[in-house]
Design a protein around this ligand. Sequence first.
Ligand SMILES: [Zn+2]
Ligand SMILES: [Zn+2]
Length: 161
Amino acid sequence: MKQRSTVEDKMKDFEKLCREQGVPLTVQRRAVLEVLAGRLDHPTADQIYADVTHHLPDLSRTTVYRVLDTLVDMGVIHKAQHLGSAARYDPNTERHHHLTCIHCHKVVDLEDEALDRIKVPKESSKQFEITDYSVHFRGYCSDCAPKAHKKRPDERISRRC
Ligand SMILES: [Zn+2]
Ligand SMILES: [Zn+2]
């Protein structure tokens, strides 16, 4: 596993990416990137908006959405979208995979070299120009697993098998 970079390291990466992509780093963009650099939980646009307004209370929701769109278009951040759920924003633009909790909807990064080497089936590449992929696992996070598996433990203990 690669070591997690600090918020400052991540901001330096973002600054470099913005320079390379010719994206001027405005106050609004910097504020959005700072929120993303500090979170590993793939926040939704609304969560980012809520965090950003702690620093810039006058910023509108529309502006935050527009800033996110621009940063995604420029490849500075990634948008991770899984069927039927709100878009999540990801500061990690390297190929990686995700674990999603079906109970609390937490999204966690997963790095796995074997998954990075998946071969795209020949048949599907004929019908579709594949540019990237990521694997998405669903299940219960460590907080939710005990709740999901709890089935009246008292009853089980008192009853003899
Ligand atoms: Zn959970
Ligand atoms: Zn991710």
